[in-house]
Design a protein around this ligand. Structure first.
Ligand SMILES: [Zn+2]
Length: 417
């Protein structure tokens, strides 16, 4: 094992607060909990051992700075260390670990950057606790709507505001974590792929062009509840039976759209709520959630429109009413082509095969990209498995990611503009 692989293994354990990665129940470090804080402290220790200047901002993000010159631009790298419940030890951790490891490589080589380098460990990336994702990076990019999320509760009734304050921060000042456009020059995140495209294409790494953000629809079908034993079939308005064809319609339409054009689109029907959900009452009301994703926003809108007109048809044909409510409609995020070019150049230089691809999942980088030229680098993870205890990325792949980041930093910080 090479030195850097040994370093990666050791600090992978440290960031995961563990002595072995192979845990049946995985890792649970929910947003703004003491477990997330402990992982932040581990990040701080490692950063300090690399002689970086470490500070926490008003949103709980930790910044580890390698200062070259106080007035030089800042090139940032980073990801997160919080997890879902019983998640893996690589989602997020891989990004902060390899960023720190890249600094270690450069320092070992006595490299002298002409610009400042910051590694950021973002707070509260996962939506597992509150249903709100990327709180830390939203605050940094100025995208956090404080009033909108303050009173959102977790399963125990604790609000985001309360969780943030018990983390040792002040809700009133959380938005002061925002950085001005001039404070950073660029941002790069490394993340595990959470899919199998890199492997399927025989590549070593993925260079991401865009992040597909969802349209989410909530469908409510209103029929009439009644006794299942005494209501004859011809006198029913069963909301569940009436809306059921919509589920297969969404799948069929998504398949058809993928056959018709090159940019992939995915659509999923889930979160079914039946009222009442009992065996002797005809379902009077049904709620369904539909998640539609593609980097081509016009395709998402097209499918959403087809869904709406299908719902109208159901309404006309059956004795029910169907409401379509748009919960989320976020445009896809495009990453910086110039930064992608630098990553491709580095991959060629290191003789790594790279795949240009899109990301179906959201990451901190999508907020950063709203304000700064940003990039996303994927390394493979075994069988694409993520948000699962068996999530795994090999130390060889972590080391490849580290090398790409180190060489990228040389291009990015080698000379002043
Ligand atoms: Zn992640």
């Amino acid at each position: 094992m090479t030195n850097i692989q040994e370093w990666l293994n050791r600090h992978l354990l440290e960031l995961n607060l563990t002595e072995e990665m192979d845990y049946e129940n995985g890792f649970t470090r929910l947003s703004y909990t003491k477990e997330e804080k402990q992982a932040h402290q581990a990040f701080r220790r490692i950063a300090e051992s690399l002689e970086l200047d470490v500070h926490t901002d008003q949103a709980g993000n930790i910044w580890a700075d390698w200062r070259a010159a106080s007035d030089a631009p800042v090139v940032a790298l980073g990801s997160h260390v919080d997890t879902v419940s019983s998640g893996g030890g690589y989602d997020g951790v891989a990004g902060v670990l390899t960023a720190l490891a890249a600094i270690k490589l450069l320092k070992d080589e006595h490299y002298a950057p002409q610009k400042n380098i910051s590694v950021v460990c973002f707070a509260s990336e996962e939506s597992a606790r509150f249903g709100v994702s990327t709180i830390g990076s939203k605050a940094v990019s100025g995208l956090l709507d404080k009033d909108d999320v303050a009173d959102v509760e977790d399963a125990e009734g604790v609000t985001i505001k309360e969780a943030v304050e018990s983390f040792g921060l002040y809700w009133d000042t959380i938005d002061q974590a925002e950085k001005g456009e001039k404070e950073l020059e660029s941002f790069l995140e490394l993340h595990i792929e959470q899919g199998t495209q890199i492997e399927n294409n025989g590549a070593d790494i993925g260079i991401v062009r865009g992040v597909a953000c969802p349209i989410r629809l909530q469908i409510t079908a209103e029929g009439m509840s009644n006794h299942t034993g005494t209501t004859p079939m011809h006198r029913r308005s069963d909301a569940f039976a009436a809306i059921a064809p919509l589920i297969t319609f969404v799948e069929e339409q998504a398949n058809q759209m993928n056959e018709e054009q090159d940019v992939p689109l995915v659509a999923t029907v889930s979160t079914v709520h039946l009222h009442p959900n009992v065996m002797n009452v005809i379902p009077g009301q049904v709620e369904l959630g539909i998640d539609i994703r593609s980097v081509d926003d016009s395709l998402k809108r097209e499918l959403a429109e087809r869904i709406e007109s299908f719902c109208k048809k159901i309404e006309d044909k059956r004795k029910i009413q169907v409401h379509v409510h748009t919960l989320v409609n976020n445009n896809s995020v495009f990453l910086d082509p110039n930064l992608q070019g630098k990553l491709a150049q580095v991959a060629d230089q290191l003789d790594f095969n790279y795949l240009e691809m899109d990301s179906g999942a959201g990451h901190d980088v999508m907020n950063m990209a709203e304000k700064w030229p940003s990039g996303l680098l994927f390394i493979p993870c075994e069988e694409g498995l993520s948000h699962h205890p068996k999530e795994y990325a090999s130390v060889e792949d972590l080391a490849k990611g580290t090398k790409v980041m180190a060489e990228y930093l040389k291009i990015e910080t080698g000379e002043l503009p």
